[in-house]
Design a protein around this ligand. Structure first.
Ligand code: GTP
Length: 635
């Protein structure tokens, strides 16, 4: 069985004893380590390993200062399996206790324990009263059913009980599997003498191996994981949930900052507009207005932005969730489902939090329609998510679909396979996907367009492809039109001859209106054998226009009914073939100009272009003053 890793977060009001409790549990003084943070890669700021006899690996995250707490909690949310809320017996629930609880709720933390610290500072009777107060204070929160443990971190009283409670609580936590693409939001960067750039963070998802090639987003810089450490120890790999330090090669210290994200695949996109579900704190001091400046904490980044509502102009007090958008001043790297906290820059306060329903939002109109669309995204099944991004972008490959929907690769593949089988999605050879219903609209348009074209130009092979693409490029992106044409060809609805596109059942033919006249010309041409007149003379003898005559000439050549003898002369196929047969029969392996003239009995005016046509059609090869029949053209 794989090793199991858990991370526990410490939360609570200032001075309530988080660091002391962490030390009592792990024997590590995280405050002391803090001072040494710049000195060595092996020191984990605020993170201490808790060893248990059964081999479970537990990291304790001690997060002192307030801002830092939020950042660490969000950064570690994928890694935090359990939170221990520390409340001092001599103070009880304090404002920051409440704020932490609120934040933990926004972050979707589910497993928790309440540790009443400093039990030695109050007598037993008082302890009971405090416990009652705390229970009241936490009613209706995620802590309402949490187990209570009483500790004195200085003497160690209650610590083994707390360890046992932690172990019990962890049995309820689902094992995190490390599937998915590797992602590590960076929360610390520094350089180590002789080793270069080192970054730290909690691995959100996936596994990293020593030596892996990684990409640093949002810049897109390629880097390599030269060395990996987890709790001071060199490791060959690290996985989701583990607090990890990575020594990177290929990047300088000043090219990396907190909030950057290390990834191992191209499944992540960089965005500055996110669609979100937002829940507000119980009491807002002042209303949040449309486009109010806000600070979003997501991953390890803290970015300024503005809030955009689609169904209101301000929020005063709102207990229901609100679907809205955050437009950011800088790029972030997020996926659907990522949690965030929203704070007001001035006066500083937590406004609320929620999760990202679409990592790359668009520009939407104010009104119920947008809310409905966002609701669909929020509730969306993988199918809805895929359909939604395809409806917007029309044509996407697998990588783009993963970036936009945040589905994992297997889920995406399965859903697409099913959608293709159900006929909702189509795929063409270039590995792009599109919605069948949009493709069918394009198909109708293309067929209509071609029908019109065939009607106007029945003698032509079809519409030049460039012209067809151009026509639809005003209605769809060019790549989608190309995709549609390729698909229609695969389905044999249309066909392509050279660069001409036609409906597959179409064959070029003489237009009804001129059929008789044109047939006259063709008969006349045939009757003239090789000694043909200039093409325009045949046309001039009829009421046909020059253009119509030119179209007819092209048609006859393309349909192999005639050959071009010169730029302005055609020869009928049967005349050509008769002359060819006669010449072959009456000449040897090679023949000269005079010999040919004697056999065919025509003037040089016709003979020279006729012989050149033979060369061109590869019946003959020209030697100095003779022509040689080509072996491969002999029947
Ligand atoms: N008597 C007693 N004192 C404690 C106990 N736990 C912590 N203290 C003391 O309370 C003070 C604050 O403890 P810390 O562990 O630094 O508190 P903290 O919650 O980490 O503080 P911040 O990091 O500033 O939020 C220190 O002086 C500790 O020695 C306890 O169980 N009993």
């Amino acid at each position: 069985m794989d090793d199991v890793y858990y991370t526990i977060g410490m939360a609570g009001h200032i001075d309530h004893g988080k660091t002391t409790l962490t030390k009592a549990l792990t024997n590590i003084d995280t405050d002391r380590l803090k001072e040494e943070k710049e000195r060595s890669i092996s020191i984990e700021l605020g993170y201490a390993p808790l060893r248990t006899e059964d081999g479970t690996h537990i990291s304790i995250v001690d997060v002192p200062g307030h801002e830092r707490f939020i950042r660490q909690m969000i950064a570690g949310v994928a890694g935090i399996d359990l939170v221990v809320l520390v409340i001092a017996a001599d103070e009880g629930v304090m404002p920051q206790t409440r704020e932490h609880v609120e934040i933990l709720e926004f972050l979707g933390i589910q497993h928790c324990i309440v540790a009443i610290s400093k039990m030695d500072r109050v007598d037993e009777e008082m302890l009971e009263l405090v416990a009652e107060d705390v229970k009241d204070g936490l009613a209706g929160t995620i802590f309402s059913n949490a187990p209570f443990v009483y500790v004195d971190s200085l003497s160690g009283n209650g610590i083994s009980m707390l360890k046992q409670t932690i172990r019990d609580a962890l049995t309820e936590v689902d094992h995190r599997d490390a599937y998915g693409s590797f992602r590590l939001p960076i929360d610390q960067v520094f350089s180590v003498q002789g080793q270069g750039t080192v970054v730290r963070g909690t691995i959100y998802e996936g596994i990293i191996q020593k030596g892996s090639q990684l990409t640093l987003l949002p810049k897109g810089k390629k880097v390599k994981a030269r060395q990996i450490q987890v709790h001071h120890q060199d490791q060959d790999q690290a996985r989701a949930g583990q607090r990890t330090a990575i020594n990177l090669s290929g990047v300088d210290r000043d090219e990396v900052s907190r909030g950057n994200v290390l990834v191992s695949s191209d499944h992540f996109l960089v965005t500055d507009t996110v669609d979100v579900v937002l829940q507000f704190v119980d009491e807002l001091t002042i209303p949040i207005k449309q486009r109010a400046p806000v600070k979003i904490h997501v991953g390890t980044s803290e970015v300024m932005g503005k809030i955009v509502f689609f169904d209101r102009n301000e929020v005063q007090q709102e207990s229901d969730e609100v679907l809205c958008q955050i437009r950011l001043d800088e790029n972030v790297v997020v996926r659907r489902g990522d949690r965030f906290i929203l704070r007001r820059p001035t006066p500083v306060e937590t406004l609320g939090g929620g999760w990202i329903i679409q990592p790359k939002g668009g520009k939407y109109r104010f009104g119920a329609e947008t809310i409905q669309m966002l609701r669909k995204k929020q509730e969306g099944t993988p199918k809805d998510l895929i359909d939604d991004v395809l409806a917007k972008h029309l044509l996407l490959d697998e990588k783009e679909l993963i970036q936009l929907t945040s589905l994992d690769e297997n889920e995406l593949k399965e859903t697409i396979e099913k959608e293709i089988a159900d006929g909702n999605i189509i795929k063409v050879s270039n590995q792009k996907y599109g919605l069948t219903k949009i493709f069918l609209k394009l198909k109708d348009g293309v067929i209509d367009q071609l029908e019109g074209y065939h009607n106007d130009f029945p003698m032509r092979l079809g519409m030049p492809k460039a012209e067809l693409v151009q026509f639809f490029s005003g209605l769809y992106p060019k790549s989608f039109v190309e995709f549609g044409i390729t698909k229609l060809m695969q389905d044999e609805d249309i066909q392509k001859t050279d660069q001409f596109i036609a409906i597959s059942t179409f064959t070029p033919h003489l237009p009804k209106r001129w059929k008789a006249r044109m047939e006259e010309i063709i008969d006349q041409l045939q009757a003239d054998n090789v000694e043909v007149k200039k093409w325009e003379e045949y046309v001039a003898a009829t009421p046909l226009s020059k253009n119509e005559g030119a179209e007819l000439a092209t048609y006859l050549v393309q349909s192999d009914q005639a050959y071009r003898l010169t730029d302005d002369m055609l020869v009928h196929r049967t005349s050509f073939e008769a002359a060819l047969a006669k010449l072959r029969k009456q000449t040897g392996e090679t023949f000269g100009l005079k010999e040919a003239k004697d056999v065919l009995n025509v003037s040089r005016k016709f003979l020279i272009p006729f012989l050149e046509l033979l060369d061109q059609l590869k019946w003959t090869t020209r030697l100095e003053d003779k022509r040689k029949w080509r072996i491969n053209s002999e029947e």
